[in-house]
Ligand binder design. Structure first.
Ligand SMILES: Cc1ncc(COP(=O)(O)O)c(C=O)c1O
Length: 347
């Protein structure tokens, strides 16, 4: 067409997981939470005052900032509301990366990073993880303007210790963005690092632990100077009034959140065990999904067979992932349907 910037013309956009229109399916392909959002959040949703829709929303989502600050033990100035974690990623690429300012991250990881790098026309320095998914030593020496570590990593579920990430933040000159979209299902998080390091930005999502993927809400945690810089590139009203109200009620309902996380983690342990019994190699995961390696070289075929049965999991045609399936932790009933289907397909 010739209308677009050259890098956009060449760009292959992000491919989201399939969203089936039917409801009678087992959907374990996009790492959503299988349980509904907090009843407190649903109550707030039904009580939205039309006046909140007529007027523009609070540009910084003050109500949510306060609630998230309390939950994370920081001041509200350390928090920025985002239209999903992806909104923060886009802002960070826009703020830190261009033709002369590369991004670096270990691979395999979240497939949106290279797409955002291409939109900024910046070089993406991809450093392969080793077979145990340890933090690659080379990551500290790239001179990138921004280094991203997804922790827990998607789609591997592996977790890098807080101490290792503190050392990385100390060693690099650029920004370290720690993508903690799945951290609600892990045993630890990196919030404490923002107190010691002015180059650390933490990404959080309300899509996974809080069951609000359809609402689009996430947030950043970083030092106030960093937050103020990022605010310069955000949309004027990047989070809407309804989303702020619902996300605030959700994050305040820690009791409901913790119980849901407990259920997902317990089911993760059961699914890991059951898949292992069926011959898959399933490393421990710190996310709400597992990456199951099919030792018989039939990952693509199993994926197709599951799809035919309306059971959706994720298959990536990407180096080192072609022999694996990424499976979101569902309810015990959903996972039992998956396990029964696998039994049928594999034997
Ligand atoms: C690793 C990772 N980071 C960030 C996100 C963005 O999450 P959201 O925009 O739904 O908050 C996702 C979504 O799946 C993800 O997998």
């Amino acid at each position: 067409m010739g209308y677009f910037r050259e890098n956009i013309e060449k760009l292959k956009g992000y491919e989201p997981g399939f969203q089936p229109s039917q409801t009678q399916v087992v959907k374990l392909n996009t790492n959503e939470n299988p349980y509904p959002p907090s009843p407190q959040a649903l109550k707030v949703l039904t009580e939205i005052n039309p006046e909140q829709l007529r007027r523009y929303p609070d540009p910084v989502g003050k109500q949510f900032r306060g609630a998230a600050a309390e939950v994370n033990g920081v001041e509200p100035e350390f928090i920025m509301c985002c239209n999903g974690g992806d909104d923060l990623l886009r802002m960070a690429f826009q703020a830190f990366c261009d033709e002369n300012r590369p991004v670096a991250y270990p691979v395999p990881t979240y497939s949106l990073y290279p797409v955002l790098a291409d939109t900024q026309n910046c070089t993406a320095i991809e450093i392969p993880f080793d077979d145990e998914f340890n933090l690659p030593a080379k990551l500290a020496g790239t001179n990138a303007a921004m280094t991203i570590v997804c922790n827990p990593n998607a789609p591997t579920g592996s977790f890098i210790s807080v101490n290792e990430l503190a050392s990385l933040a100390d060693e690099i000159d650029g920004v370290l963005l720690i993508d903690e979209a799945y951290v609600d299902f892990a045993e630890n998080n990196c919030t404490a690092l923002v107190k010691d390091f002015d180059n650390v930005i933490i990404l959080r999502s309300m899509s996974k632990g809080y069951s609000l993927a359809g609402m689009r809400f996430g947030y950043a945690i970083a030092r106030p100077e960093m937050i103020a810089g990022l605010m310069k590139v955000k949309d004027s009203y990047n989070v809407d009034a309804v989303a702020v109200a619902v996300a605030t009620a959700s994050i305040k309902d820690q009791k409901y959140f913790k119980e849901n996380v407990r259920k997902v983690k317990s089911e993760r342990a059961r699914l890991t065990e059951q898949l292992t019994e069926r011959g898959f190699n399933v490393p421990d995961s710190s996310g709400n999904f597992v990456l199951a390696q099919c030792n018989n070289g039939r990952a693509a075929e199993i994926y197709e067979e599951l799809t035919k049965r309306n059971i959706f999991v994720r298959y990536f045609e990407y180096p080192r992932l072609e022999d694996k399936l990424r499976i979101t932790i569902g309810t015990p009933e959903q996972d039992n349907k998956l396990l029964a289907a696998l039994k049928e397909i594999i034997t």
